[in-house]
Design a protein around this ligand. Sequence first.
Ligand code: NAG
Ligand code: NAG
Ligand code: NAG
Ligand code: ZN
Ligand code: ZN
Length: 411
Amino acid sequence: MLPERRFVEKSDKMRPLLFYLLIGICAADEGWFWHVTDFHWDFSYWTDQLSCNGMNISKPGAFGNQWCDSPWSLVEESIKGLRLVQPNVDFVLWTGDTVPHVSDSHLSNDLNKELVMNVTTLMEREFPNTKVYATFGNHDNYPSNLFTPHNSDIYNATYMIWKTWIDDNSQVDNFHKGGYYTVKIRDGLRLVAMNSNMYYTKDTVILAGHVPPGYTTPRAVRWMTKTFNQKFVDIVLRHSSTIAALHFGHEHHDSFRIFYDGEVAVATLFIAPSVTPWRYQLPGGEVEPAHNPGARLVKYDRQTGKTLDILQYYADLDTVNLDQQFVWTLGYSATAMYGVPDLSVDSMHKVVNSLSDGSGSEFQNYVKWYNTNGKNPADLCNALCHHVVMCGLRYMTEKPFQQCLHHSTHT
Ligand SMILES: *[C@@H]1O[C@H](CO)[C@@H](O)[C@H](O)[C@H]1NC(C)=O
Ligand SMILES: *[C@@H]1O[C@H](CO)[C@@H](O)[C@H](O)[C@H]1NC(C)=O
Ligand SMILES: *[C@@H]1O[C@H](CO)[C@@H](O)[C@H](O)[C@H]1NC(C)=O
Ligand SMILES: [Zn+2]
Ligand SMILES: [Zn+2]
């Protein structure tokens, strides 16, 4: 950027107007935004450790523990850290789940609101001149539930908290009704912040929300009811020409999926890893792999909304705890890692095809970053796991996904 600018300044008087016009037309209008999600702030981290899977963590780390949700220090330093890496962003996407994984008996309407309020205040402090587009997560409602009721008190209260960011009085009804809204990022480009509802205008849209449609893999679990999932996918397919990208959270892992209309890739849904390092341990024995806090910087085309690159940052929890100093480290640039010029849907289709070789470097990279640490997991994704992951990347609705699962793995 800098050398180019100097060149233009130096030749200021020598170049005809046409030169500048050409620069204006040729140079992509590139912008950046941060996407952070799933803080799951455990307000009891230093006392009762309510989120810590029933464990007694005798030496909880300064910035968190992999069995627990985020202490305030992680919430605060992670947001401060975004500003240190890149303060000049067009906006910040914050896709929900601020409330920790603790039972409803330890929460209340007022406490949930307070948690969202305090993180909002922090965001405002660290990004005072930047719009933050926030959405609800399934944990933010009280009682925590995937399908928040209509017209709840929490919608009305949260609207007051996020009002200055939304900055458009015409959205108050949408927000009160269902916790969703739409904002114009600039002429021709719009963001739709979803809760469980959505609607469209003729602008190009970036869709942001918490719970994604499709299947999380390798678990092969669908979050939405079959009917709602199908409806969601149908709407995206019907409006794919105006949808630039979808950015979601909820899964806590780094992933994506493609919407196909027949054989044609028409839209990409990117899933950002969580800030919380919390991992679950189910009574049946299933244990989630350990993962680090993450945040991503997204490079996009301001005119078309098209995704140009993702710079995925992470914090190695053991290291930052040892150093007593929180820092975001660049994990990867998606275009560099996958060898594509941008993250357009055509490029992402090529990425998916390159992942179909389970022993190839592309799939190994996908597996390495799934847990936001860049390391080979102890339990590598075997042939069956690879098969399930590929089905999840390509098929978002019940029948094709199940057909893919039960199709021979060719191994
Ligand atoms: C947790 O462990 C600490 C140190 O080992 C011990 O002092 C404390 O009593 C334990 N608390 C519970 C609730 O087990
Ligand atoms: C939220 O912020 C207020 C004001 O700083 C503070 O009094 C309160 O304790 C915070 N809430 C929690 C759960 O820490
Ligand atoms: C939320 O505000 C609207 C006014 O926009 C009001 O009609 C509705 O009753 C309020 N809902 C609750 C649950 O307070
Ligand atoms: Zn979450
Ligand atoms: Zn969630």
